[in-house]
Design a protein around this ligand. Structure first.
Ligand SMILES: [Zn+2]
Length: 394
């Protein structure tokens, strides 16, 4: 018995030093370089859930709103937690463009810039394109999907499939989904923004119809319009039912024999506290539902945010609604920077503190401690067993 536990202890300490390497007598360097090894099971699939602006205080408040108690969200029961630092290279507080670009490419950049190196000057000058996890997945022959509650060309989804020196250039960003640098590009793309993206495409001399024809790929206006025969559907709607879209995307991606990458964004800005917090509650329920449909032995689930937001619970009692006074505030129609409810204060701004990263499933163990958000790129690459290309020079 004693001998056995000693062996276990030895096993554990060796595993920490060099996962998998001890068994094959490989030098530790090989394991650290992230080379896939036959004996080391890797994730076949990765699903990234991105609560846009869903910082730690908002997750806390969402549990209070949804359940009247803290720690009731499904993701708060996941075993792996880290604190992910979100700043861009030159400021303290991130926007969605830098925040998501950092997670998707492993390279921090500047606010407003979509998956380009920090040499980019917003709206003026391109940096090097930084290769996204979705592009790696395409290169490796996986199926890929992006679902968002927001416009499909908005900063967060854009950072998965496009490169641009300005997040506002939707007329330049959206067509990149049809002209991929790797593989055949994002396979399943569901989001909103039909009107605004249509207008920007028109301003650039194009449109949905033109793009559809050129690439022989319909761009549907509603999820319901997608025929069962279409395995690579693109939907740009006015409004997206994130749950329906995510489950539909999952159905399609799970047909892939090589595995898949799915990214789901749900807005969690709390400029309107009830809307933002309810989105987190609903998102969390969706995460639980998705978890029930995957095998955690070959799938990594990761939940995080691109940056935090200035909402804080600073009062209240159990049994009292956390958003006491919300209706009265809403009725005033006030648009102040600072919103003072009975138990909650909202400074309606992105904030600089770290956000939670929560993980479960294959490869989740890399999510622990404080780290820059670029670490999450590494966690997902490691889960797949992929080594990033050497960094491009500016
Ligand atoms: Zn954001």
């Amino acid at each position: 018995m004693l001998k056995r536990s000693l062996t276990c202890a030895l096993f554990a300490s060796l595993s920490i030093l060099a996962p998998g390497a001890w068994a094959q007598g490989l030098p530790t360097g090989a394991a650290q370089a992230g080379k896939p090894q036959a004996s080391q099971p890797r994730a076949k699939n990765v699903i990234l859930f991105l609560a846009d602006a869903g910082g730690v205080p908002s997750i806390n408040a969402a549990s209070l709103l949804g359940y009247g108690e803290p720690l009731r969200l499904h993701v708060q029961g996941w075993p792996n937690l880290g604190l992910s630092e979100t700043s861009p290279v030159d400021q303290f507080v991130s926007d969605s463009a830098n925040g998501m670009s950092s997670i998707m490419t492993g390279v921090k950049t500047r606010n407003g810039v979509i998956s380009q190196s920090p040499a980019a000057v917003r709206g003026k000058q391109d940096g090097q394109p930084t290769k996204t996890l979705l592009e790696y997945a395409e290169e490796h022959g996986l199926r890929t999907g992006v679902v968002t509650s927001e416009p499909v060309a908005d900063a967060t989804p854009a950072a998965t499939y496009a490169h641009s020196n300005d997040r506002k250039k939707w007329g330049e960003i959206f067509p990149q989904a049809f002209a991929p640098r790797f593989g055949d590009g994002v396979d399943v793309l569901f989001g909103a923004g039909r009107k605004e993206i249509g207008e920007q495409l028109a301003a650039a001399g194009g449109g949905f119809e033109q793009l559809s024809k050129k690439h022989d790929r319909p761009i549907y206006a509603e999820l319901d319009q997608v025929p069962a025969s279409n395995a690579r559907p693109v939907v740009v709607a006015d409004h997206v039912d994130v749950r329906a879209a995510t489950l539909k995307a999952l159905d399609l991606l799970q047909k892939s024999s090589k595995g898949y990458l799915l990214v789901v964004e749900w807005d969690a800005h709390t400029d309107d506290a009830r809307k933002g917090l309810q989105n987190i509650v609903d998102f969390d329920k969706l995460v639980a539902e998705v978890q029930g449909r995957v095998d955690l032995a070959d799938t990594l689930l990761l939940f995080t945010a691109d940056h935090s937001f200035g909402l804080q619970v600073d009062g209240g009692r159990r049994g009292e609604p956390v958003l006491e006074g919300y209706d009265a505030w809403k009725a005033t129609g006030k648009d102040d920077q600072l919103v003072r409810l009975k138990n909650v204060q909202v400074n309606r701004s992105h904030t600089g503190e770290e956000v939670a990263a929560l993980a479960i499933g294959r490869g989740a163990e890399g999510v622990r401690g404080y780290f820059p958000n670029t670490h999450l790129f590494k966690v997902m690459m490691d889960a797949f067993g992929w080594t990033p290309d050497p960094a491009a020079k500016d």
